[in-house]
Design a protein around this ligand. Structure first.
Ligand code: NAD
Length: 477
């Protein structure tokens, strides 16, 4: 039985109610979580506030950095344990779960080093004045986390908030809590004072909503769907609470005829099958220049057919989807595509060892997807790649920008001038030229434009979002 983690203590929810935890590889329950409510959020916010006004505010930036570094070491020591937890809880193949645990180590290392490098400026002003700015923490920050990359998103969001001097209340997704409860326990072992990191589990519409509405939360970092992002924004607006929104994407991978196709192929495939396509920055549209369209589709099809899908522990190319409703969502997209006569070019294989009760979906490549079809417009959040053709830079830009999203884009071309022109013209938070990193390394600021959200997490830039700026003007004559 998993408990909430408040003030460095494992505690049951006030309601005494629980939720089952399912293993996506076989669909069977194997653990239970607390189904928390507003009373638990209250307790967590109180603990965070006491810590923020007490021991946390007495630490220097360098001391905060040492704590974060100690936590990075703890996570590294427990990487195998966290990998196993994440694999069971989220159905991630071993290599993906391990990559997430190691990314968490990197986030804490990065933000450990950043703590004492965040400073304000001096500003030239009128004669007789000295003016400067301080970067101050918001206070108690709320973090609402999705299920697709719990450890990575915790690392970038909570790591940045702590580095900037905040204390955190975290609401993980109901499908992905186990690793985060364990990380909070490791933080206590690393020396974090009670209340610095608090974890409260439960349903979004209950405990997530309670967190977003709580008057003791000074900033909300939300990562999740555009629909819930809108709700969070509305709730936060009621009390003018600042929000960072990291939402979805329909990211294009644009391949020009002069590209190094051999280099592009494995990267384009990984960008859509990584984490079974359940990645906000998945490269879910491949835009291919007309003269190489058939050739590239042939190569993609061959690679798709070789992909193997199975239980997380088998560590194949693709694991299960997170839950049955996600599987149903992908099926709905594919049946709409079928009804619209959109051709399926190739599919991977679900292995015989995969239990029928698991949530599997073979990677699927579709071609000639019309730009207005929902497969070209909406986030599937599964291993489904929509191929479309274009001719020349203008049409590539038009197609790339033809969705409500703008999170990440990949451009493949050997023409140096075109690389820069495309980077400028594509509307997204990140552009990768001749590579594609789903969000890139921990150092790279990440976030979207349009319905992909606003604000940036990751990198040093995140620290500005987790602080507020105070200007101090001293008149000294
Ligand atoms: P979701 O929006 O359903 O849930 C995200 C979180 O919000 C969960 O913790 C959930 O419990 C909580 N929540 C749900 N309803 C709520 C409410 N009414 N009030 C407060 N909290 C509520 O998203 P999901 O299905 O967990 O995750 C998938 C989505 O997340 C995709 O759209 C994906 O693109 C997006 N995502 C974005 C990024 C990014 O950085 N841009 C990263 C990962 C995932």
């Amino acid at each position: 039985m998993q408990l909430n983690y408040i003030a460095n203590t494992n505690v049951p929810s006030a309601s005494g109610r629980t939720l089952p935890v399912l293993d996506p590889s076989d669909g069977q329950p194997f653990d239970e979580l607390q189904r928390s409510n507003v009373a638990d959020i209250d307790a967590a916010v109180r603990a965070a506030r006491e810590c923020f006004e007490g021991p946390w505010s007495r630490l220097s930036a360098a001391e905060r950095g040492r704590l974060l570094y100690a936590l990075s070491r703890k996570v590294a020591e427990h990487a195998d344990e966290l990998t196993a937890l994440e694999q069971r809880d989220c159905g991630k193949p071993t290599k993906q779960a391990r990559a997430d645990a190691l990314a968490l180590v990197r986030y804490f290392e990065f933000y450990a080093g950043a703590c004492d490098k965040l400073h304000g400026e001096t500003i030239p002003y009128q004669e007789g004045y000295s003016v400067f700015t301080w970067r101050e923490p918001h206070g108690v920050t709320g973090h609402i986390i999705p299920w697709n990359y719990p450890m990575q998103i915790f690392g970038r969001s909570v790591g940045g908030a702590l580095a900037a001097g905040n204390c955190c209340v975290v609401k993980p997704a109901e499908d992905a809590c186990l690793s985060l409860i364990r990380v909070a326990q490791l933080a206590a072992e690393a020396g974090f004072p009670p209340g610095a990191i608090n974890i409260v589990t439960g349903y979004g519409h209950e405990v997530g909503d309670a967190l977003a509405r709580h008057p003791g939360i000074d900033h909300i970092s939300f990562t999740g769907s555009p629909k819930v992002g809108t709700l969070i924004q509305q709730v936060a607006a009621e009390r003018h609470c600042p929000v960072t929104l990291e939402l979805g994407g329909k990211s294009p991978q644009i391949i020009f005829a002069d590209a190094d196709l051999g280099a592009a192929l494995p990267v384009v495939i990984n960008a859509i099958v990584q984490n079974a396509g359940q990645t906000c920055s998945a490269g879910s549209r491949v835009l291919i220049e007309r003269e190489i369209y058939e050739l590239m589709l042939e190569r993609l099809a061959k690679a798709f057919e070789a992909l193997r899908v199975g239980p997380a522990a088998m560590d194949l190319d693709v694991g299960p989807l997170i839950r049955q409703s996600q599987q149903q969502r992908v099926w709905d997209f594919l049946s709409d595509a079928h009804a619209a006569d959109i051709p399926v070019v190739a599919q991977g294989q679900v292995v015989d060892e995969a239990p029928e009760t698991g949530f599997y979906q073979a990677p699927t490549l579709l071609r000639d997807v019309p730009v207005k079809h929902r497969l070209a417009q909406e986030e599937v959040f599964g291993p489904v790649l929509a191929a479309m053709s274009f001719q020349g830079e203008d049409e590539a830009v038009e197609l790339a920008n033809a969705t409500q999203f703008g999170l990440v884009a990949g451009v493949w071309t050997q023409d140096g001038g075109r690389q820069f022109r495309m980077a400028k013209r594509v509307r997204s938070g990140q552009v990768f030229i001749n590579n594609y990193g789903a969000g890139g390394g921990v150092e790279l600021p990440f976030g979207g434009v349009k319905s992909s959200g606003y604000g940036r997490e990751k990198g040093f830039e995140a620290l500005y979002g987790f602080t507020t700026l105070k200007t101090v003007a001293v008149r000294h004559g």
